[in-house]
Design a protein around this ligand. Sequence first.
Ligand SMILES: Cc1cc2nc3c(=O)[nH]c(=O)nc-3n(C[C@H](O)[C@H](O)[C@H](O)COP(=O)(O)O)c2cc1C
Length: 171
Amino acid sequence: MHTDLLQVVKERRSVREFTNEPVSQIDIMNILEAGCWAPSVRNNQPWKFVVISDPGMRAILSEHSIYSTIISQCPVVIAVYLEDDKGTSSAMGNQAIGAAIQNMLLVAEDIGLGGVWLGDIQDCRDKINIELGIAEKYNLAAMLAIGYPAHRNQKSHRKHVNDFILKNIGG
Ligand SMILES: Cc1cc2nc3c(=O)[nH]c(=O)nc-3n(C[C@H](O)[C@H](O)[C@H](O)COP(=O)(O)O)c2cc1C
C-alpha cells in the first residue's frame, strides 16, 4: 500500500476559510482530472463540472446560498453535476459523483490546497442553474469551494475503525 495515500486521506479536512491566493489553472485541471478518474457504473462517467473563479459570478451565487461567505471568499468554486441521461439510476449516479468529489478533495489536499464539499447547496439548485445557464438535464450535486487554507486548525475526529465493522467473517 502507498502509505502516503492513507496519510492524505487522514489529513484532509474540510476547509472553509481561504487566503486570497489564486489557484492555478494547472491545479484546477489536476483536480478535475482526479474527479474524472473516479469509478462509475459501467464507466458511464456521469459527472460534469462548472468552474467558477470569476468574483462577480461568485458574488451572484453567494446571494443564493447559505454559504455566501465561503463562496464569495474562496478563489474557485467547482459546481459538480450529475448528468441525468446516462442510463443508470440516480442512486448509482450519485455514488459515482461522491467518488469523483472525494478524488478531487484528496488531490486538492495533496497539492497543498483545501476545500469543502457543499452539499446543502442543492436547496438552491434551480436559482443556481439559472445564474449559470445550465440545462435541466444536469442535476447539481454539490459545490466544492477550493483555495489555499487560511489556517490548518480544522479539527475532526472519527470513531475507531473497529466500531464500524459489523462482522469480520474468516478474519
Ligand atoms: C455529502 C456531503 C455533504 C456535505 N455538505 C456540507 C455542507 O453543505 N456544508 C459544509 O460546511 N460541509 C459539508 N460537508 C462536509 C462535512 O461537514 C465534513 O466532511 C464532516 O463534518 C467531517 O469533517 P472533515 O471533512 O473535516 O473530516 C459535506 C460532506 C458530505 C460528504
